[in-house]
Write a protein that binds this ligand. Structure first.
Ligand SMILES: Cc1cc2nc3c(=O)[nH]c(=O)nc-3n(C[C@H](O)[C@H](O)[C@H](O)COP(=O)(O)O)c2cc1C
Length: 176
């Protein structure tokens, strides 16, 4: 059996403090975005876009939009993962499925960042209408593009480490 303490899925943690002056290298940013685009998506629609913020002033400019965004001001890199309502898979009952696709992409971003020795944290935008509209207005994003997650990334003194969350009571074999 694999040692789970060497497996990034198990060791990834939300990291909320960053060495702000230490920039994330552009090759690492590119790999993180490529990892995002490798995510599974409903009907393989890949209805995502990414707004990459690596400029200190631009990063700082989003902090006042919502109190939950204050955390981003500490990070040298912020990726806003967005869902496109027009290219999203629309199920036969009318539901848009992009929230699941962009969630999968967001998890890939966090895992790839951790694998590269970086820390990251998922800050919610969707489904909070105030945060979504605030980001759309701030960046002049069209209405059908939904700023879905705000991900703060950077080098950190905190480290990713294993926390055991396995709970056998949540697992059901063959019957509920
Ligand atoms: C949808 C979603 C929204 C989140 N929003 C925030 C947030 O606004 N601020 C924050 O510090 N962490 C946020 N988190 C991170 C969670 O607090 C974190 O994943 C959880 O406490 C488990 O810790 P871990 O990521 O270290 O395993 C969010 C996570 C998810 C999945």
């Amino acid at each position: 059996m694999e040692n789970i303490e060497n497996n990034i899925i198990f060791t990834r943690r939300s990291i909320r403090s960053f060495i702000k002056e230490k920039k994330v290298e552009s090759e690492k940013i590119e790999l993180i975005i490529k990892a995002a685009m490798q995510a599974p998506s409903s009907c393989n629609k890949q209805p995502w876009e990414f707004l990459v913020l690596d400029d200190k002033d631009v990063i700082n400019s989003i902090a006042p939009l919502d109190r939950h965004f204050s955390l981003v001001a500490k990070a040298p890199l912020v990726i806003i993962a967005m869902g496109n309502e027009k290219t999203s898979y629309k199920g036969e009952n009318g539901a848009l499925w992009y929230p699941l696709d962009v969630s999968a992409a967001t998890q890939n971003i966090l895992l790839q960042a951790a694998k590269l020795g970086l820390g990251g944290v998922w800050i919610g935008s969707y489904p909070d209408e105030v945060r979504i509209k605030g980001l759309q207005k701030h960046f002049n994003i069209p209405e059908h593009i939904i700023p879905f997650t705000v991900i703060a990334i950077g080098y950190s003194e905190e480290s990713n480490k294993f926390v055991n969350r396995y709970d056998s009571t949540k697992v059901h074999y063959n019957k509920y």
